[in-house]
Design a protein around this ligand. Structure first.
Ligand code: 0PR
Length: 349
């Protein structure tokens, strides 16, 4: 059977993933048949994973990071909650997160049998007072989002870390999408800004690596050890990952993308993407739409007419927020000329 063509990125404004950097694409292909889940057999990809974690440490402000390349943000978030649960001394653990946290935390709570408490946000960001109200002695993890899925907003991480510290819970930061743009902003979000214990940062989103490449970075080895189980059939004696066999393509492409782009390439991309987001926000505001001021390169706006279906029929892929606003993610493949033709199509209605 002839395979269909994959979706091209020409009119994709909804995705948090993007075209991989050419070096990342090439590395993914070369390491397609390697399994970092078996480091005793596949030594070179195991060494690449160490390099990936070191680079993720540089991006997130950690001089001596531990962690691994996960399948994506969902796995990294599940594993962060698992670390927190395993480490804590309670029979009735709970996790406290802002309502803006990604639905992967709902999965984590379900899989790990942890109570999930969400606090209302203020101005699309976590409200420390509302979060503090939900925290108690059974809280094992306080979650902050650095680059929210819906609005690209950043929670006050140092304040959330302080709340976690008060009840001896871990502070987990979800920078799955924002992690590769935040270093070029004034936001306090990483290990060098606050008492962060665990952090999700996905090379396969703004990092321009091939899918699947997520990142879990943790403060020290003892946290990763909370995940270790014994592996009797492998040469290595324990495993911390959630999946067994894993993608060497994801690991290699993450290293290739970061070697090629950190920091200057990512900085230039951030500048371009942010300019585009601000340009689009201005264009939409000038047409009378209610625009959520972009903080990172993501624009949400109330178009007041439900035109998603019409746009879709013209090939555009746009997403919606929970409040039914249109949401455009200014990923690296989203260029100014693309946005110009998008706005022209909006004018047509
Ligand atoms: N954390 C945050 C802040 C996220 O935005 C996402 C994904 C995740 C965690 C989970 O990451 P993985 O999907 O890698 O497990 N956010 C997007 C979403 O759910 C994912 C996405 C990607 C959506 C591509 C659409 C799309 O075309 O909305």
């Amino acid at each position: 059977m002839q395979l269909a063509e994959p979706q091209d990125f020409e009119r994709v404004l909804s995705s948090m993933c993007t075209e991989p950097h050419p070096a990342a694409r090439e590395a993914a292909e070369r390491f397609l048949a390697t399994n970092p889940g078996d480091p005793g057999t596949y030594e070179s990809v195991a060494a690449l994973e160490d390099r990936a974690v070191d680079l993720l440490g540089e991006v997130t402000g950690h001089p001596d990071p531990e962690g691994y390349v996960a399948s994506g943000g969902t796995e990294a978030n599940i594993q962060a909650v698992r670390i927190a649960r395993n480490r804590a001394d309670t029979d009735d653990p709970n996790v406290v997160a802002p309502a803006s946290a990604h639905f992967s935390f709902t999965k984590a709570a379900d899989v790990l049998d942890v109570e999930y408490r969400t606090a209302p946000t203020t101005g699309h960001r976590a409200d420390p007072d509302a979060m503090a109200e939900l925290v108690d002695e059974d809280t094992v993890c306080v979650v902050g989002v650095a680059g929210s899925t819906e609005y690209g907003y950043v929670d006050p991480i140092p304040e959330l870390a302080a709340i976690a510290g008060e009840v001896d819970a871990l502070c987990h930061v979800d920078a799955a999408w924002g992690g590769f743009v935040l270093p070029f902003t004034d936001h306090e979000w990483g290990f060098d800004d606050a008492d962060v214990d665990t952090l999700t940062i996905d090379p396969h989103k703004m990092g321009q690596a091939a899918i699947p490449a997520g990142g879990l970075v943790v403060r020290d080895r003892s946290l990763l050890d909370e995940l270790a189980i014994r592996t009797p059939y492998l040469e290595s004696t324990s495993q911390v990952t959630l999946t067994g066999t894993r993608s060497g393509a994801g690991v290699a492409s993450a290293v290739a993308a970061m070697e090629a782009l950190w920091p200057e390439g990512y900085r230039e991309q951030y500048d371009r993407s942010m300019d585009n987001a601000e340009w689009l926000a201005d264009q939409l505001a000038a047409r009378g739409h209610d625009v959520v001021e972009p903080d990172l390169p993501l624009v949400a706006a109330d178009l007041s007419v439900p035109m998603t279906e019409e746009l879709r029929s013209r090939g555009w892929r746009v997403a919606k927020t929970g409040a039914d606003e249109m949401r455009v993610v200014c990923m690296p493949h989203v260029t100014r000329s693309m946005l110009r033709s998008f706005v022209a199509d909006l004018d047509w209605y």
